[in-house]
Ligand binder design. Structure first.
Ligand code: GZL
Length: 340
């Protein structure tokens, strides 16, 4: 029996067993052209992450022609892998992945490749065959570190200190993440090249709570700490709380007993006001505004254009302290952005 399928305006009809017409909404023009994105964000651990999520969510909206499926991996790789498998099952057009750490992605990326779903990495990188992802966009974390270490060297010398006078506590980010590895490598090289001292090194997992815990522990062990190198601002805020609770001062007068706190990110007005007070002496910017740039990459791919495999965002150095106006890394001069 051939069912008569009267076409209603805007839809086509079938019939239930009782003969009641069931109208399947026809795809609207916009739905037809919409690009479906599955975005696995690694977590919500920091102000930077929130700013990055906001940038991504506001860039892939209906008005731009996108349908976004957003998932938060709560800083657990197993959650993110499950999310990616769900995106593959839903046959999304693109997968965006902000990977929590670098290792362990080959399997699920191969599954996406088998499903012919392009993957774009944002922020941190993965330790997997480059053919398994279309491209990556984010920061040069080691360059961020080198710029900040040059600032520390210039500033402490301007305050009459010798490199060997610096006794540093290093609060690392999430171990195994690209940001942590680049920022730790930059400091390790500076310590070796300049003759600084590292008193202690431990992960603060990019969070305020753990930054405070780590700094509290080290303040109990050492009375000669004069520099704290935090791998993000949230750790720095926690470290400053611990410093002040211990009766010490986080500030610019390192030659008079202050503890010089330096950090990464610089994404909120609140953090920049802490830097304006001198409690954070300098911040290497980590630019979270990835959304529009990732959208441009997808538009290029959609247009059949080739794109760079690795795409970098521009970043500055912030400080309220006047002694250093620029730093030079590999012959490139980076002006310091004065904040007040
Ligand atoms: C850097 C990003 C880091 C930030 C932290 O691109 O991966 O993770 O610096 C965030 O604030 O938690």
């Amino acid at each position: 029996m051939i069912l008569s399928l009267p076409v209603f305006s805007g839809g086509c009809a079938d019939r239930t067993d009782s003969g009641t017409p069931v109208v399947f909404e026809e795809e609207t023009e916009s739905e037809k052209e919409q690009i479906t994105i599955g975005f696995s964000q690694l977590g919500a651990e920091s102000d930077w992450r929130s700013a990055n999520t906001d940038s991504m969510l506001s860039s892939f909206t209906d008005e731009y022609g996108y349908s976004l499926i957003y998932e938060n991996g709560q800083q657990k790789q197993s959650y993110q892998i499950t999310e990616l498998r769900s995106f593959i099952q839903q046959e999304v057009d693109y997968i965006l992945l902000a990977p929590v750490t670098e290792s362990g992605w080959d399997g699920v990326l191969e599954e996406a490749a088998e499903a012919e779903i392009p993957v774009i990495l944002v922020d941190r990188r993965v330790d997997a065959d480059k053919s398994l992802y279309s491209c990556w966009l984010g920061s040069d974390f080691e360059l961020e570190s080198r710029k900040l270490c040059e600032w520390v060297d210039a500033y402490t010398r301007a305050r009459g200190m010798e490199p060997s006078d610096l006794n540093i506590i290093h609060i690392q980010g999430t171990m195994g993440s690209t940001a942590q590895m680049g920022r730790s490598r930059g400091l390790a090289n500076a310590v070796r090249e300049k003759g600084w001292n590292i008193l202690g090194q431990m992960s603060g997992d990019f969070t305020e709570t753990k930054g405070r815990e780590v700094m509290t522990a080290y303040l109990k062990r050492f009375d000669n700490i004069n520099v704290v190198y935090c791998e993000n601002d949230n750790e720095a805020i926690g470290a400053i709380q611990a410093i002040e609770s211990a009766g010490r001062t986080a500030g610019p007068d390192i030659d008079k007993g202050d503890i010089l706190v330096v950090s990464f990110d610089g994404v909120t007005e609140d953090i920049l006001s802490v830097a304006a007070s001198g409690k954070i002496a300098a911040i290497a910017e980590c630019n979270p505004q990835h959304g529009p740039k990732v959208r441009a990459l997808i538009e290029a791919l959609e247009a059949g254009e080739s794109v760079e495999k690795f795409n970098y965002v521009d970043e500055r150095i912030f400080s309220a302290l006047p002694e250093v106006t620029e730093v030079t890394v590999d012959g490139v001069v980076y002006p310091i952005e004065r904040i007040e």
